[in-house]
Each structure stands twice: as structure tokens, then as C-alpha cells.
Write a protein that binds this ligand. Structure first.
Ligand code: SF4
Length: 449
């Protein structure tokens, strides 16, 4: 059925993988003839792709759903994803939701809606999650973005004691190699020059003997694809061969986001992480030696049960000492069904807040230091958009945000840029070096500092 009189809008909460999935879901609605409208505009269907990583994420989902129901009481409202999987009972209590789909069925949400008429009560599917390899058979819709996400994997078998993801998203499973290639080709055909590989635990990718490095090599062979970026990868899943490949590859970005989670061995052990601080530090040293310009990012958690002043201080010092360009800071949040809920020595909310703020400030300083260390170099920048100051900005392959002056439209242009100074906090000003193709010859390239 072609529903081409209907409109659909989408909202994503949570991680990059959720963003990738919303784009794929969005495309399935387009294929059914829906007009895609901005979230907040009048619509016939609203799909909310949810997150359950913390209590706050759950609360935000419920709040957003209530806002949508108030603003668009006649729209068919589908709530899908991680919170639908784990919190279906709480969602069911909100009057007006039409469809609640957990992890197994969320990608097929368009198939559940024949005609988008309100239902007397919510239809709920949040049962067992498959462990099998999967295909997606859609192409992500990234009309307004330069970079496109490419989902390669889902779920996780690691069972860290604080994490609800293995329950919300199921066990680790990989996308068929050929299905990744099919979507990648289609995305490149649409003009995307950079693809960001996403998943929950992408280092565990395995499909018919192919591993993550095979996926990367396959993508590198696609003409027109200039960059491949790994989004986040667990430290114990990165083979040296992948680091060595990054050192030599023209297309694999010099960027690793490797979750550390904590800087104290006793806490790491209670988190059930499978490495010691020394092992992590040795590995990071190896990465930096092989890929000197690499941008290293990490995730870190504050307030895990048993994190005393000393354990926190160990974390702060380690983060300061290691060559990180930035870190994402999370506060421990009790998630039902995880072992950490039963652990003693809980950390008070106000202490978690203070520690979190301390690390955020440190991360900001480190990013500024990393960016400053890149000045004077000439790097390729994939231009994305004009920023609020009127400068054109984009990212280097080692994830430095660079802005240049240009009268021309530089969207999606890959340009050589000399990095000159700090334009503003966390933005480097640059001058276009090669000024190709010819239409950029007329650009004014004065530097704004
Ligand atoms: S590796 Fe990541 S997703 Fe998997 S259980 Fe640990 S924190 Fe959760």
C-alpha cells in the first residue's frame, strides 16, 4: 500500500546506534510513501526511538512521549527501542500510545502500521531478542548530514555489572557482511564520503569468518568512500592488526574511542571489565606509537558503588596523564536486574555530581590541549556546515573541529587545510591549502582568530 498522503516524524534518544537505526526506520516509511516531516510539525505518525541506559534516560523518554501526545493527540504514536524493551509496563500506563515495540521488532515498525489511525490501547511487542546474524534491507536516511552511520553489529555478551544493554538489546550478533556492503554502496551513491561504523560492541563483529577488519577493508575498496570512522570499541576487542592497519590506511580515520570506565583496578574488577589499568595504559601507548596523530577518546563512569575518594582520584589522575583528547562522563545509575544494584557502598548523588563536573572540566581542557597540539599541521577536513559565526566547519580525520572562511558552499567537500590557531573554544581556525576544485579559487581565506 502506498500511504503517500501521510506524514511521519521521528525522534531519537540515546546513542549513535539509535541514530543509525532511526535513519534506517525513517527510510522504510519513505519507501511506503510517507512524507517525512520535522519532529514537532503536524504529523500522522510519530516514532520515538528510546534509550534506557540510565534512570534519567527512562524519565526523559516518558516526558517526551507525554509532550508528543499533548501536542499531537491525533497522531499515531509508536514508541520503540531499548526503553520499550525494558519499560513496556510503564509506557503502557501512558494513555494514548498506539504501539510499543522492543528491540526485536523496532526496525519493522512501518510494517505494523497499515493505516495510521489511533488504537484504543497500545499494541505491545517486547519479547525474546534473536541471537542470529541479521540483515536490515534499508538504507539510512541522512539527508541533512554529511557523515552517515553504518550499523554493523548489535547487542553485547560482556555483562559488565552496571550495564543493562545486554538485556535491552540482547546478545551480540552481527550484520551480514554483504548487507553492510549493500547499504554502504547505496550511501556512497547518495554522496556520503564518510561512514561511521556503529554497534554496541563492534569489536566482536563476526560473520561467516569475517571480522571487523575485514569489514573495514571491504569498505575501503568502495570508490568514492573517502573515510571510515570507528565509533566506539571495547579495549579488549582491538587486535594489533587493526591498529597497524589504521597506521597505514588512507581511509580509516585516526580516531579510537575506547571506553576505560574507571581508573582504579578494584573498581574495574567490580565492574567486571576484563582488563587492568596497566594493560589499558600499555595498549594506549602502543596505539599512540603506531598512530602518532591519533585522537583518543573514552567513556568514564563516576559513582560506581565502592568508588571512594582515592579511587576517584586514581581515575582523575589517570585521565589527566593519558593522551586522551576528550572523554564522555557518565554517572552510575542503578539499572534493575544488573548485579551492581546489590552492591554495597553506594555513592551519594551530590558526590557523583561533583566528581562528574570535575572530569567534564578536565575533558574540556584536554580537548583544548589536543586541538592546540595540532596547530601548524596540514590536514584534510570534510566540510559539513556553516557555523553560528559564519565560518565553514568540518572535521579532520583525527576529529579536530576546523573552521575556515569561505563565501562558497563547501558542504561535503574534502579539502586540505592548514591549521592556524584557535578560533574559539574547541574550534581551530584554518586556511584552505589546495583550494580545489576550481570554484574555491575565489574564496577569501583570511583567518578568524
Ligand atoms: S561492554 Fe559496553 S554494552 Fe557491553 S555490557 Fe559492558 S558497558 Fe554494556
Amino acid at each position: 500500500m502506498n500511504n503517500n498522503n501521510y506524514r511521519a516524524s521521528f525522534y531519537t534518544l540515546g546513542c549513535r546506534l539509535n541514530q543509525a537505526e532511526t535513519s534506517l526506520i525513517c527510510n522504510t516509511f519513505k519507501e511506503k510513501g510517507y512524507a517525512i516531516v520535522n519532529f514537532g510539525a503536524a504529523t500522522d505518525v510519530c516514532v520515538i526511538n528510546t534509550c534506557t541506559v540510565t534512570e534519567q534516560a527512562d524519565a526523559k523518554c516518558r516526558q517526551l512521549v507525554r509532550q508528543v501526545l499533548k501536542k499531537s493527540p491525533d497522531a499515531f504514536v509508536a514508541v520503540v527501542g531499548c526503553y520499550s524493551q525494558m519499560g513496556a509496563e510503564a509506557l503502557r500506563r501512558i494513555n494514548g500510545i498506539d504501539l510499543i515495540l522492543g528491540t526485536e521488532d523496532k526496525m519493522r515498525v512501518a510494517e505494523f502500521i497499515d493505516v495510521p489511525h489511533k488504537l484504543p490501547q497500545a499494541l505491545v511487542h517486547n519479547g525474546r531478542i534473536s541471537r542470529e546474524a541479521f540483515t536490515i534491507s534499508s538504507v539510512g536516511n541522512y539527508e541533512n548530514a554529511t557523515r552517515a552511520n553504518l550499523k554493523v553489529q548489535d547487542g553485547c555478551d560482556f555483562m559488565c555489572t552496571f550495564c543493562v544493554i545486554p538485556f535491552a538489546r540482547g546478545r551480540s550478533r552481527s550484520r551480514a557482511f554483504w548487507d553492510i556492503q549493500r547499504e554502504a554502496l547505496a550511501l556512497v551513491e547518495r554522496g556520503h564520503k564518510e561512514l561511521v561504523l556503529s554497534g554496541v560492541n563492534i569489536g566482536t563483529y563476526e560473520f561467516e569468518g569475517k571480522r571487523l577488519l575485514d569489514v573495514i577493508k571491504m569498505l575501503e575498496s568502495i570508490d568514492g568512500l573517502e573515510r571510515i570512522r570507528i565509533s566506539s570499541i571495547e579495549p579488549t576487542t582491538i587486535p594489533e592488526a587493526l591498529v597497524n592497519h589504521m597506521a597505514e590506511s588512507e581511509k580509516l580515520c585516526n580516531h579510537f574511542h575506547i571506553p576505560l570506565q574507571h581508573g582504579d583496578d578494584a573498581v574495574l574488577k567490580n565492574m567486571r571489565r576484563f582488563y587492568s589499568i596497566n594493560e589499558y595504559v600499555d595498549f594506549l601507548e602502543y596505539v599512540q606509537k603506531r598512530v602518532p596523530d591519533v585522537c583518543l577518546g573514552t567513556d568514564v563512569m563516576v559513582g560506581f558503588p565502592g568508588e571512594d575518594e582515592q579511587a576517584f582520584e586514581n581515575t582523575r589522575r589517570l585521565l589527566d596523564a593519558l593522551p586522551f583528547a576528550y572523554f564522555h562522563v557518565f554517572s552510575f545509575s542503578e539499572r534493575g536486574g544488573t548485579p551492581a544494584v546489590r552492591m554495597a557502598d553506594k555513592v551519594e548523588h551530590k558526590i557523583k555530581k561533583l566528581r562528574s563536573e570535575t572530569l567534564r572540566v578536565l575533558s574540556s581542557e584536554k580537548k583544548q590541549r589536543f586541538f592546540t597540539a595540532q596547530l601548524g599541521k596540514r590536514m584534510r577536513v570534510l566540510m559539513e556546515e556553516r557555523n553560528a559565526s559564519g565560518l565553514y566547519q568540518g572535521f579532520t580525520d583525527n576529529y579536530v573541529r576546523v573552521a575556515v572562511e569561505s563565501e562558497s558552499d563547501l558542504d561535503n567537500c574534502l579539502l586540505d587545510v592548514t591549521l592556524l590557531g584557535m578560533a574559539e573554544k574547541h574550534v581551530v581556525s584554518g586556511r584552505i591549502y589546495n583550494r580545489q576544485p576550481a570554484e574555491y579559487m575565489r574564496d577569501s581565506v583570511t583567518v578568524s582568530v
